[in-house]
Write a protein that binds this ligand. Structure first.
Ligand code: IPE
Ligand code: IPE
Ligand code: MG
Length: 258
């Protein structure tokens, strides 16, 4: 029974991924997809490997899903790579995670440039090691004129910290007379967030079976469609992303209306 279930789970709905992608492209594509890439540690543990091996494997999936999102015509892909809470992890793991952007961009930046992908970042830059920041900033500069998919890394990102710093800036601007209290609306406030100009995610994917937000884009996800899967991030494949897109297209978004 268990084997049967596993087999069924692994079967793509339609045999041909390309065919499914063509059908997806004929309907409304989400403009902005956000992913909480979770389960790297458990993936490694299952294989008796160190947790960092899971992060390394997860990096390859980032490449694959970025390529697919770009192919599908998605405008922005936000990937939660490191939260403000992830500093609590063992130093060895944190150090490894802080090396991943260099490794990822070191091997994939030329491809991203060729594919017209624009790299951006949200999160506190201040506490990042300089080598990490340097890699990200180089990618941002090298891809700044690209017009394809926006690949937005949430690195040292926490939604509450983001809102507090936005609120502080709002107060500073009010005191300086740049902004009037009466002018503070949902739109003006959103412009003080790190996601300014990006638009709210239409679809949020979280892998590894955890059903929570873990301090991710609390403001921006107000009307986002959520899609959860038990699949661990390093096992996340094109067919899972395609499945999420198909499910999204079958949802009815009402935004409070009827
Ligand atoms: C997600 O995988 C990656 C980061 C949070 C950086 P985890 O490392 O959280 O993996 P699990 O949840 O322990 O399996
Ligand atoms: C959320 O995953 C952060 C990232 C994916 C970067 P966590 O693994 O840190 O979340 P919790 O601790 O399970 O809530
Ligand atoms: Mg986790």
């Amino acid at each position: 029974m268990i084997n049967k279930l596993k087999l069924w789970k692994k079967q793509p709905q339609s045999s041909n991924l390309q065919e499914r992608m063509t059908l997806i492209k004929e309907q409304q594509i989400p403009s902005h997809v956000a992913i909480i890439m979770d389960g790297n540690g458990r993936w490694a543990k299952k294989r008796a490997l160190p947790r960092v091996a899971g992060h390394h494997e997860g990096m390859k999936v980032v490449r694959k899903i970025t390529k697919l999102a770009n192919e599908l015509g998605i405008q922005a892909l936000t990937l939660y790579a490191f939260s403000t809470e992830n500093w609590k992890r063992p130093k060895l793991e944190v150090d490894y995670l802080m090396k991943l952007p260099e490794e990822f961009l070191g091997s994939f930046l030329p491809e991203l440039i060729e594919e017209n992908v624009k790299v951006t970042m949200i999160g506190e830059k201040e506490n990042l090691p300089s080598h990490t920041l340097k890699a990200i900033e180089k990618a941002m500069v090298d891809t700044k004129d690209n017009t394809g998919l926006v690949l937005n890394f949430a690195l040292n990102y926490g939604s509450r910290a983001e809102m507090v710093s936005a609120m502080k800036q709002v107060m500073i601007d009010c005191e300086a007379g740049v902004l009037d209290v009466e002018e503070i609306t949902e739109e003006t406030f959103a412009n003080y967030l790190m996601t300014k100009g990006l638009g709210d995610p239409d679809l949020l994917i979280r892998t590894s079976g955890e059903i929570r937000l873990s301090n991710f884009m609390l403001w921006q996800l107000a009307y986002t469609e959520f899609w959860f899967t038990d699949v661990l991030w390093p096992d996340f494949a094109e067919e899972h992303f395609v499945q999420a897109m198909e499910d999204y297209q079958n949802r009815q978004r009402r935004f409070g209306g009827v």
